[in-house]
Design a protein around this ligand. Structure first.
Ligand SMILES: Nc1nc2c(ncn2[C@@H]2O[C@H](COP(=O)(O)OP(=O)(O)OP(=O)(O)O)[C@@H](O)[C@H]2O)c(=O)[nH]1
Ligand SMILES: [Mg+2]
Length: 349
C-alpha cells in the first residue's frame, strides 16, 4: 500500500467527482449538498511504467504495483461539530488515513449550489479546518475525562499525561492544528493512538472547470494559502477527469491532449501525497515477481526489507542494489553484474 487518503471539504464541491476520477468508480456525484452520506472507499493500482520495464528486463512472471486507498466522505459545514448539516461523526471514517486532501471549489457554476454566495477558497478551507480542530478537541476532551478518573487513583505518571493533554487542549482551543504544535516525543507517543485529524499531513485539491485552467484567481489564492502552510496544492478538472477515468488507456491520452490537460489527476495526487508524506518507492525483482514498495524517505535497507517479508528484517544479510537508470540503459542483469554495477549494501544503507 502506498498511502491512504481521505477526501474532505464542504458539500457539493466535487469530492465524489474527484473520487470517481481517481478510482474510476461511478459513485453518485449529483448536484445537491450532502449527496454522499455513507463513505465511499476505493483502492487504486498505481500503474508505474518503471516497474513494467524492470519486470520485462528481469523476466519476472508476475508484476505487482503499489496500491492507494481513497475515502470519500460526506461534506462538512460550519457548525458540523454542533450537529449542523450531517454533523461530524463521519469524520471517524478518515481517522485511519495517512493524509487528508482538502477538495476546494474553484469553479464558477450558477447551477451548482455552494454554501456561501461568493466563492472564497481560503474561507472554505478554514471552515473545514475549524471543524477538524473541533473534532480533535472532542477526542482530546474524551481522553481527558478518562485520564482525570485514572489520576484520582493516584498514579503520578498519569498526572504528567494529564498536564500534557491539557496543554494540547488549550492550543486546539486557540485554533492551532496539532501538526503546528511543538510536541515532545513522549507527548507524540501519548496521542499516537488517538487518531487525531489535525496531525495528518494535508494536500489541497483546487477543483476547476476545464475552461479555467490558466489564470484562475481562486486557484491563485488557494495556492498562496497552501504555500504559506508548507503544504502542496494541485489543480484538477474534476468533471473532465471523471469522464476520462472511464476510458481505456489510449483514449485517455487522446482526451487529455484534446482538453489541454497534461496528465491524469491520479498522478498529481500521488506526487503531492508522496511529497507531503516523504515517501519513496523501491522495486524488488526476480524471476517470480517484480514488486513496487513504498517506504518513508531515509528508511535503512534492513527496515525496508521488512516490508517485503517480516523475516527479512531479522535475517538480513545484504541487499543487492541496482540503479533503475543503469538497468534501463544496459537492459540485462547479467551485463549489470559483469560491469560491476550491482552494489552490495549492509544493514545501514
Ligand atoms: N461546473 C463544474 N461542476 C462540477 C465540477 N466538479 C463537480 N461538479 C458538479 O458539482 C456537483 C457536486 O459534485 P459532487 O462530486 O457530488 O460533490 P461532493 O463534494 O461529493 O458533494 P457532497 O457529497 O454532497 O458533499 C455535481 O453536479 C458535479 O457534477 C467542476 O469541476 N465543474
Ligand atoms: Mg459526495
Amino acid at each position: 500500500m502506498g498511502f491512504k487518503c481521505g477526501l474532505i471539504g464542504l458539500p457539493n464541491v466535487g469530492k465524489s467527482t474527484i473520487f470517481n476520477a481517481l478510482t474510476a468508480q461511478q459513485v453518485d456525484a449529483s448536484n445537491y449538498p450532502f449527496c454522499t452520506i455513507d463513505p465511499n472507499v476505493g483502492i487504486v493500482t498505481l500503474q508505474d511504467e518503471r516497474l513494467d520495464k524492470v519486470s520485462e528486463i528481469v523476466g519476472s512472471a508476475k508484476t505487482t504495483h503499489t496500491t492507494l486507498e481513497f475515502i470519500d466522505i460526506a461534506g462538512l459545514v460550519k457548525g458540523a461539530s454542533q450537529g449542523e448539516g450531517l454533523g461530524n461523526q463521519f469524520l471517524n471514517h478518515i481517522q485511519g488515513v495517512d493524509a487528508v486532501a482538502h477538495v476546494v471549489r474553484c469553479f464558477e457554476d450558477k447551477n451548482v449550489a455552494h454554501t456561501s454566495s461568493e466563492l472564497n477558497p481560503v474561507d472554505d478551507v478554514e471552515v473545514v479546518l475549524t471543524e477538524l480542530i473541533l473534532k480533535d478537541l472532542e477526542i482530546v476532551e474524551r481522553s481527558l475525562s478518562k485520564l482525570q478518573q485514572a489520576v484520582k487513583s493516584g498514579d503520578p505518571k498519569l498526572k504528567d499525561q494529564l498536564g500534557n493533554l491539557n496543554e494540547i487542549k488549550q492550543q486546539l482551543e486557540m485554533g492551532i492544528p496539532l501538526k503546528k504544535m511543538e510536541l515532545a516525543t513522549a507527548v507524540k507517543g501519548l496521542i499516537r493512538d488517538m487518531n487525531l485529524l489535525t496531525i495528518k499531513p494535508a494536500i489541497y485539491i483546487a477543483n476547476i472547470d476545464e475552461c479555467d485552467v490558466e489564470n484562475n484567481k481562486y486557484v491563485d489564492s488557494l495556492q498562496k494559502y497552501a504555500e504559506g502552510r508548507g503544504e502542496p496544492c494541485t489543480k484538477i478538472c474534476g468533471k473532465v477527469q471523471e469522464e476520462i477515468s472511464q476510458l481505456d488507456k489510449e483514449s485517455q491520452i487522446e482526451f487529455l491532449s484534446e482538453w489541454g490537460l497534461d496528465e491524469l489527476s491520479l498522478n498529481k495526487i500521488v506526487r503531492a501525497g508522496y511529497s507531503v508524506l516523504n515517501l519513496i518507492t523501491f522495486f524488488t525483482a526476480n524471476e517470480n515477481e517484480a514488486h513496487a514498495w513504498t517506504i518513508p524517505e531515509g528508511t535503512v535497507v534492513q527496515k525496508a526489507a521488512a516490508k517485503v517479508h517480516t523475516d527479512f528484517e531479522a535475517g538480513f544479510i545484504k541487499a543487492e542494489v541496482i540503479k533503475f537508470k543503469d538497468l534501463i540503459e544496459i537492459g540485462s542483469l547479467k551485463e549489470i553484474k559483469q560491469k560491476g554495477l550491482m552494489a552490495i549494501h549492509g544493514k545501514e544503507y
